[in-house]
Design a protein around this ligand. Structure first.
Ligand SMILES: Cc1cc2nc3c(=O)[nH]c(=O)nc-3n(C[C@H](O)[C@H](O)[C@H](O)COP(=O)(O)OP(=O)(O)OC[C@H]3O[C@@H](n4cnc5c(N)ncnc54)[C@H](O)[C@@H]3O)c2cc1C
Length: 330
């Protein structure tokens, strides 16, 4: 076994044949390249689908290196059976030492099946990789960290959490080869018939790729006060997100929820307005590059992860901030 295979993921737009790779895929590639440099291993990227030419070209242009297009008509739409079968066959032909995935819903769905087929464990949701390599995962909603070493004889399967690696840290590689691998898949092996994706691609809020997020919590008190934070988001050009109570109340759609039962985000700026910083919220946003918190309680846990904290009443601070942003933008 040798080398590192990073499996990138095409977004839902694949169904309309428009290629698009989410930021977390580039983060996984950065993780693979980092590990490759540490262990002096070659790193290849792979992409699965019925039509992967555009995505492969995008990887070649942005990141270089060797790319494997794993292509078969039965790989669209996505199914766990199709993807695990196809990758198992590629791995059997060119066994890598490590296979790195972005930690997405799709990966959570099919990689356990792939691991079972290979008789290996899946070290999922990794937040850091240290020399060894030692893979760190969060346990008990982030209260504990577990360190894992791979001791199996087959490839080590790892998924990296959004925000754990910086997408722009992937060292570009010299241009490599783009090869096509056609797995042997029969229609009868695909046991599921997927329906339309549960999030419509038109309306999807991809908080995971948003560079700026204004996130609102129960401190806003009432749905009728939401326009205040919407105005701040608009002034900054940011996406609006929320803590769980806001979405549970139906004040904002569930797809805007950040946290352990919502989306994981890693923006350049995360502005938390009236959010206490419960652990279930923190696990979804602590990969943010800069956290600014506004809270009237100086002991709110959100301040422990904040780079900048404003202790004050959001109903005074946010209007002043909107004025300042507008003035700064001219
Ligand atoms: C299994 C499970 C999964 C969960 N998943 C999630 C999840 O994915 N995401 C999530 O967010 N939560 C999740 N939770 C809920 C989580 O435990 C917290 O209850 C929730 O995050 C609290 O939201 P909040 O910070 O908006 O509200 P609160 O904890 O009520 O905090 C409100 C904050 O606003 C401040 N405040 C009040 N008024 C003002 C004011 N005028 N100006 C400034 N500050 C003010 C207060 O000081 C307080 O700190 C989950 C819980 C469980 C059990």
């Amino acid at each position: 076994m040798s080398g590192i295979l990073v499996v990138l993921e095409q977004s839902r737009a694949e169904q309309s044949r428009e290629s698009s790779l989410g930021r977390i895929s580039w983060e996984a590639l950065a993780a693979g390249r980092w590990l490759g440099a540490k262990l002096s291993l070659d790193v290849s990227a792979a992409i699965l689908g019925a039509e992967t030419g555009a995505a492969a070209q995008q990887i070649a242009t942005k990141a270089g290196g060797n790319i494997v297009r794993i292509e078969h008509p039965l790989l669209a739409p996505y199914t766990a059976d199709g993807f695990s079968l196809a990758l198992q066959q590629l791995i059997a032909r060119q066994p890598p030492a490590y296979v790195i995935f972005p930690h997405t819903y799709q990966v959570r769905d099919f990689v356990p099946a792939l691991a079972a087929r290979l008789g290996e464990v899946f070290i999922s949701d990794v937040v850091a990789i240290a020399d060894g390599p030692v893979f760190t995962r969060q346990l008990l909603q982030g209260r504990l960290q577990g360190n894992y070493r791979h001791t199996g004889s087959g490839p080590c399967l790892v998924s990296v959490q959004a925000g754990a690696f910086r997408a722009d840290a992937a060292t570009p590689a010299p241009a490599g080869e783009i090869t096509v691998f056609t797995p042997q898949i029969e229609a009868a092996q695909i046991r599921t018939r997927p329906e339309a994706p549960f999030r419509g691609s038109e309306q999807t809020v991809d908080l995971g790729s948003a560079p700026l997020i204004v996130s609102v919590g129960r401190g806003i008190k009432d749905a009728e006060n939401l326009p205040l934070v919407e105005d701040l988001a608009k002034a900054l050009g940011a996406e609006l997100a929320a803590s769980r109570p806001i979405c549970d109340n139906g004040w904002l759609p569930m797809e805007r929820q950040v946290g352990s039962s919502g989306q994981t985000v890693a923006p350049k700026l995360y502005l938390a307005v009236g959010i206490s910083g419960a652990i279930q919220h923190l696990v979804g946003m602590k990969g943010s590059q800069c956290v600014v918190a506004i809270n009237k309680d100086p002991d709110a846990p959100i301040f422990e992860v904040a780079d900048y904290g404003i202790v004050g009443d959001l109903f005074e601070v946010v209007p002043a901030l909107i004025d300042a942003v507008k003035a700064a933008k001219g």
